[in-house]
Design a protein around this ligand. Structure first.
Ligand code: NDP
Length: 467
């Protein structure tokens, strides 16, 4: 992917933005435009999707029609939106601090009594500079403690209302933005002034690109505070299931019942979230941790984009309490579960295959594979294997296909009244297709002709026979 971001030409538009940072390599104009466009529009996109629920019952077209006809102005829409409040700031500060305490101060004990769960101190993948970082994997424990407290509060203590998140949703958006920008900016400055490991920094020579895609690979404060692990998993993903519970509580408060669609969204997304924490050690080996650098894309994305846009279905259902027919609900459940099965089994097959170096059984047989050779940055020759059987023989990224099936199920749980909840599947499709392309570009540069042999053996990416 690094190679894809570089261009052999110094286009004039890029030269305009280049700062001479000393390590310069150029960024192609397409990547640069995408970066600037995203930096400028993503915060407004998040605001738009939350605001349309608050002001227009989640109709995406209504504000555009009103703007076009002059009935509304950007100013009137902005004025109607709740602004920053100190209550939201307090809630968010308590939330992030609590997750920080759980992350830093409560070493994992769950792996001692949960069979098959890999928690506690675990090794990450080898970084380009050859380091292997250690991580304290305690996300599942943090999730369990947080949800036990949430439950205890709802049932016994009543310190706060279970609708607290929904009731402060837009003010919380401003708070998450403050943290998202603060973290990204801090990571950016830190990379220049006091990087954790200077050899793992990547400077493209373009300041926007550096800010957005990150410079440091694994920024840390002290020995254990790892930016990627903390911001990737908590506070956003732990919050995901609480946000959904808050939406369900709001439905109960407003209508006196919780719809089957809301239950479906809560259950399917909870499976996904729990899967993430159960496999947190495995996530250390995924692209986010293994290849991406920590910048605005991960920092702001984890703080703002994820909690607000991954939970749009529940938000929509508060304003539009859809009750699904039994057949529709069963179809959504089936799609969600099959998607999850494909997603998890595909990831599991590769993990097992790589861990055992092919000495394992996949679908009852010894896996087939292609032997590959590649050279690392220091010129050393290494060997690897690409599996060509099991789900990895059907298509090259069926884990993404399974993920997309699950995402579609969340959207379909909202019925077909509005396009608002379908934003998620559109976004996930763009994210995973783009990820697939950049991963394959990286693999192609890494493995060369061996990658070609692999793509000849497994010709499709996501959908056999189609793509
Ligand atoms: P993968 O787990 O698919 O990892 C890709 C890497 O696996 C490649 O770079 C290559 O690495 C190796 N590989 C590729 N083909 C083979 C093969 N045939 N046999 C063995 N190894 C192979 O990608 P991600 O890390 O992107 O995704 C992990 C999961 O996370 C996915 O299921 C994805 O859906 C999910 N995800 C979800 C997101 C969300 O927002 N909900 C966001 C991102 C990911 P190597 O260089 O080691 O050979």
């Amino acid at each position: 992917s690094q190679a894809s971001r570089r261009s052999t030409h110094c286009l004039s538009i890029i030269c305009l933005f280049q700062l001479s940072l000393g390590y310069g390599s150029e960024v192609d104009w397409f990547s640069l435009s995408a970066v600037i466009l995203l930096l400028c529009t993503a915060p407004f996109l998040v605001f738009f999707f939350v605001m349309v629920c608050d002001q227009y019952q989640c109709s995406v077209s209504q504000p555009l029609v009103e703007l076009y006809s002059g009935e509304a102005t950007l100013r009137s829409i902005w004025d109607k939106a709740p602004s920053f409040t100190w209550t939201a700031a307090q809630i968010y500060t308590v939330w992030v601090s609590f997750q920080l305490v759980l992350y830093m101060c409560v070493p994992d004990v769950t792996h001692k009594f949960l069979p098959g769960y890999a928690g506690g101190v675990q090794d990450g993948a080898r970084t380009p500079a050859g380091l292997i970082n250690k991580y304290e994997i305690n996300g599942l424990q943090s999730w369990l403690i947080t949800h036990a407290l949430w439950y205890a509060n709802a049932q016994y203590f009543h310190w706060f209302s279970p609708t607290i998140i929904f009731d402060n949703w837009i003010p919380l958006l401003w708070c998450t933005n403050i943290l998202g920008y603060a973290v990204s900016t801090f990571a950016f400055v830190k990379a220049y002034l006091f990087p954790t490991n200077a050899e793992d920094c990547k400077f493209t020579g373009n300041v926007f690109y550096n800010y957005m895609m990150g410079i440091e690979f694994n920024p840390r404060i002290g020995k254990w505070f790892d930016f990627k692990l903390f911001f990737n998993g908590r506070p956003g993903i732990v919050a995901w299931t609480l946000i959904n519970l808050s939406y369900a509580a709001k439905q109960q408060e407003l209508y006196g019942y919780v719809t089957n669609s809301m239950i479906l969204v809560n259950v399917l997304q909870a499976i996904y979230v729990l899967d993430f924490f159960w496999n947190e050690a495995w996530y250390l080996k995924t692209i986010d941790i293994c290849h991406d650098h920590f910048g605005w894309y991960l920092g702001w994305g984890d703080c703002v984009w994820l909690p607000f846009l991954y939970t749009l279905q529940g938000l929509y259902l508060v304003y539009n309490p859809v009750q699904l027919s039994t057949a529709h609900a069963a179809a959504v459940l089936l799609l969600g579960l099959v998607g999850y099965y494909v997603f998890r089994s595909t990831n599991h097959q590769k993990d097992l295959f790589r861990r055992t170096e092919g000495k394992c059984s996949v679908w009852g047989k010894k896996p087939t594979f292609i032997e590959c050779a590649y050279r690392s940055g220091d010129g050393g020759l290494h060997h690897s294997k690409l599996m060509t059987s099991g789900f990895w023989g059907v298509a090259r990224h069926l884990n993404y296909t399974g993920d997309l099936m699950g995402s579609l199920a969340y959207c379909a749980a909202c019925g077909f009244g509005h396009i608002h909840p379908y934003f998620y599947i559109v976004y996930m499709t763009i994210l995973l297709v783009h990820r697939c392309v950049r991963d394959e570009h990286r693999c192609s540069s890494k493995y060369g002709k061996d990658w070609k042999r692999y793509t000849d053996a497994v010709p499709y990416r996501l959908l056999p026979g189609i793509f």
